[in-house]
Design a protein. Sequence first.
Length: 286
Amino acid sequence: MDLKRYRRTLAIAMAMVLEISLAPRVWADELKGTLQIKGSDTMVNLCQAWAEAFMARHPQVTVAVTGGGSGTGIAALISGTCDLASSSRLMMDKEKKQITARGRTSREWIVALDGLVAVVHPSNPVKQLTVSQLADLFTGKIRNWKELGGANRAVVLLSREVNSGTHVYFKEHVLGAGQEFAPEALLMPSSQAIADEVAANPDAIGYYGMGYLNPKNKTVTVAKTAADAYIVPSEADVRSGAYAIARPLFIYSLDESQGLVKAFLDFARSPEGQAIVRQTDFVPIQ
């Protein structure tokens, strides 16, 4: 996490701490213990903000949050090395079968909504793209910005790495069935890495969740088809499905949730938890 984003996440968490400290306690019991949350890079700042507020409410609880990608988090949940897996994609059937083979059951919780944004350098004159144009870019059918009304310069493609839920979602819902990313696409380790590279490279295009939007990147408006409106994801458009690349964000647990796991999930989905969703620039489910 870069310094500015860390400070912003900390400020959100501290604001929630103050709000909680002034509010009456809603849990009569005093929770204790450690909770491990691992997974989605898209969700890591959101989960960290939840964790800070939850620990302020329950001072004898420690919540550790790490990223690494949705696939990494789900693999850790399967192996028993984390309590909750954050994921920006649905759990795959093969992952569910691995859980079943261990005599466990997976539980899926939608905790927020998100819109994937396509971003370019602020100097790039390209302002709008259809989903099919995005697909043509990231599969390598379009290789020069002049084909889209930009400069006569080669396109630099930035994608999340294959273990990322955002990578999987973009591949399935933008590239389409059976399509692959162009071999020259650069696989970046995080959404922040994409944001940083786009800010520095006039020829780059990348994608990430709307929680990573920043003024150093220009958001390209996206339309489902050329006949539809070109829009930037807003809360209303993501919630209604009007935005072309909207998705739910998940947390996965095992078996019947109880104790710390249940308390954290209840908090994340509560009005207080959903206020944090909005403050971290995602879309609440309520």
